[in-house]
Design a protein around this ligand. Structure first.
Ligand code: PRX
Length: 635
């Protein structure tokens, strides 16, 4: 029996049982048989969730790029590793073979070295979805530099916060980016951000839109001439399994984003193993994940997981609506995509435009469909199943997080019977637990609670960059000896999990994880604002949208509320990015607070969602009168 490729439900249960009964033996076999190590480990796993400290494959030596590139050259050197599909359908796609990828990554790695980057240095990557993004990520990994990719939709101030937090020595960007019919001045955003970041010594600039940009003498360098001159081979830096591979920021409950640190060895093993099984990847398949590499989904399931398996992975630069709403399906047809992985928000947006955009495309190549990022509602699930998979391609609803590094709860296609809106069963090696508010594990089925994981898995984040205490407080303090996910979940009568949503102050908007605190901080910077509270409310396309309750310093007619709303959204755009803009802003004279002064978001959430039948007992609030005022003014 092969543990590596699971083919039916019975096999899943067999392998699952083995993986949880003896995790060390299980993961050692996977790591040994399917990956390339320069030196084997001394110890498979050591862990202590109270510190918290987790080490996988301690003592092992490797370079992840040897696993993702070099070893494939002998067996599939001329196979396409990356298909780049540009924003504009009239521009040719690029097919980069494994051999070419090796050349490109090595040259890029040599450029990094020449610019003074070495093992352990942080490099911030702020690029659109062009091949240079994947190549620069791999080039960092080649020389042991720690990459920190920042999604190129973030504002200059969000970029500056991230560059400073990890003390990056270099930023890699482009002259601009294409997004549908628009172009975006990425280099200008970087310039603004760097006004405030003294540690950055150099900026590498890829050419994409050929716009006139400002190049700062001594700091900024065009990438192409450097790559041309660079040597085409680069000996990989040999890393310890526990050396950091990358930092990726995610929202938290305070204004400062959390730089999740991922390891080299465990991350590789888990993303490689999950990729193969969750997508049932076979040698000649063409796999496409529509995420951006600026998010964890892109790191694990566009770059590392697929390449570790020698797969062909599609990178799409554009958006689903350009030049029309059939763009995704046109790409599926053009490249004969076999596995397609996207977010519920994209499915809902495309479903709304009607099936006519689907019908004129041949989607018969599709074997497996995936979703990630937020709960998928039943209607969207069926639309996807009926119109895209034609009820023949199973849908894998994959639950996981930036922090988990890889997919945690998911069906295995053709093995696990799917159930709409359910992420179904834990992946091999994953031990979930549902907890009640008293901190007790809720056993049995047909129960719901807070979702925790009670045993380590190889790709879990090891710490928060520069703040281990926050890592402990956020994930390991709510429930003793368990990793707390921040999500609620239910377990049905057969043990299938359904994720019910965040139970903390994070709102998922269009699949983007947004902390309410940083948005409130941005709003409160407006000179007219004294206090604010943000909550999510249901939205047909985005899953959730943001609703802001704002108290002004001076009430009355002196300020035009529509102008204020625009200014507030402008501030949010500048500080965080357009994805965090509020759909609704209600001005109020008070916010419901507990006697200890904590805002009762539960009440605000219900009012924003028009669900006021059962607000609960509001009489114990510090200021119960404001509840009626807010209900009367609801938008
Ligand atoms: O609330 C869960 C939701 O997205 C959160 C993690 O967000 P992020 O770190 O940005 O990573 C997203 C991509 C892995 C989770 O805590 N989430 C993710 N996938 C699902 C989901 N909610 C329901 N169903 C999912 N399949």
């Amino acid at each position: 029996m092969s543990n590596y490729h699971i083919k039916h439900l019975e096999e899943y249960y067999q392998v699952y049982r083995k993986s949880v009964r003896n995790p060390e033996v299980f993961w050692e076999e996977i790591a040994e048989e399917h990956f390339m190590w320069r030196k084997k480990w001394d110890n498979v796993l050591s862990w202590d969730f109270t510190k918290p400290e987790v080490k996988w494959f301690e003592g092992a030596k490797l370079n992840i790029t040897e696993n993702c590139i070099d070893r494939h050259i002998y067996t599939r050197g001329d196979k396409t590793a990356i298909i780049f599909e540009p924003n504009n359908p009239n521009e040719d796609a690029q097919h980069i073979t494994y051999r070419q990828l090796h050349d490109k990554v090595c040259r890029f790695a040599n450029v990094l070295k020449e610019k003074g980057i070495g093992k352990g240095d942080r490099v911030c990557i702020y690029l659109p979805m062009i091949p240079e993004l994947a190549i620069s990520v791999l080039a960092c990994a080649r020389i042991g530099a720690i990459h920190s990719v920042v999604f190129a939709g973030f504002s200059s101030s969000a970029l500056a916060t991230r560059v400073k937090d990890c003390d990056a020595k270099m930023v890699i960007t482009s002259d601009g980016s294409y997004r549908g019919s628009k172009t975006i001045d990425l280099k200008g955003i970087v310039d603004d951000a760097l006004n405030d970041c003294e540690g950055v010594e150099s900026v590498l600039v890829a050419k994409r839109i050929h716009s006139e940009i400002n190049m700062k003498e001594g700091r900024d360098h065009w990438l192409e001439p450097l790559l041309e001159e660079a040597y085409h081979d680069c000996v990989p830096e040999i890393m310890d399994a526990e050396d950091p591979l990358f930092i990726l920021y995610t929202s938290g409950s305070t204004g400062q984003p959390k730089g999740m640190v991922h390891s080299s060895g465990g991350y590789m093993v888990y993303t490689g193993y999950t990729f193969k099984n969750v997508f049932q990847y076979r040698e000649n398949d063409i796999y496409w994940c529509t995420a951006d590499i600026g998010w964890i989904t892109g790191h694990s399931y566009i770059v590392y997981g697929p390449l570790a398996n020698g797969a062909t992975t599609v990178m799409f630069e554009g958006v689903p609506s350009y030049p029309d709403y059939g763009r995704f399906w046109q790409i599926v047809e053009k490249h004969k995509v076999t596995q397609f992985y996207t977010a519920p928000t994209a499915i809902r947006a495309l479903a709304k435009e009607g099936v006519e955009h689907v019908e004129n495309h041949d989607l018969s190549s599709l074997k497996v469909l995936g979703t990630v990022g937020e709960p998928i509602n039943e209607e969207a699930w069926h639309w996807y199943d009926d119109n895209i998979g034609k009820r023949k391609a199973p849908i894998v609803d994959t639950w996981w997080q930036t922090e988990t590094g890889g997919i945690m709860i998911t069906p295995i296609p053709f093995a696990t019977p799917t159930k709409p809106t359910y992420a179904t069963l834990p992946f091999i090696g994953i031990q979930p637990a549902l907890m009640d508010e008293q901190g007790q594990e809720i056993k049995g089925n047909q129960v719901d609670g807070r979702l925790c994981i009670k045993f380590p898995w190889p790709s879990m984040a090891r710490t928060i960059w520069g703040n281990h205490q926050r890592y402990k407080d956020t994930y390991f303090s709510a429930f003793e000896n368990k990793y707390f996910t921040g999500d609620g979940a239910l377990r049905d009568e057969v043990g299938y999990y359904r994720i019910t949503g965040r139970v903390d102050d994070v709102v998922i908007v269009s699949g983007h994880n947004l902390g309410t605190a940083p948005i409130e901080d941005a709003i409160n910077e407006h000179p007219a604002v004294s206090e604010s509270a943000i909550v999510g409310f249901p939205h047909d396309i985005k899953g959730n949208a943001l609703y802001g309750y704002v108290i002004l310093k001076e009430t009355g007619e002196s300020r035009n509320h529509d102008n204020l709303r625009k200014e507030i959204n402008q501030l949010i755009t500048e500080q965080i990015g357009p994805i965090a803009k509020l759909d609704k802003i209600q001005f109020t004279s008070g916010l419901p607070k507990t006697r200890s002064g904590k805002i009762m978001r539960r009440i605000l959430r219900k009012i924003a969602s028009n669900d006021t039948a059962n607000l609960g007992d509001t009489s114990t609030l510090l200021n119960p009168d404001c509840v009626q005022e807010i209900m009367d003014g609801v938008l």
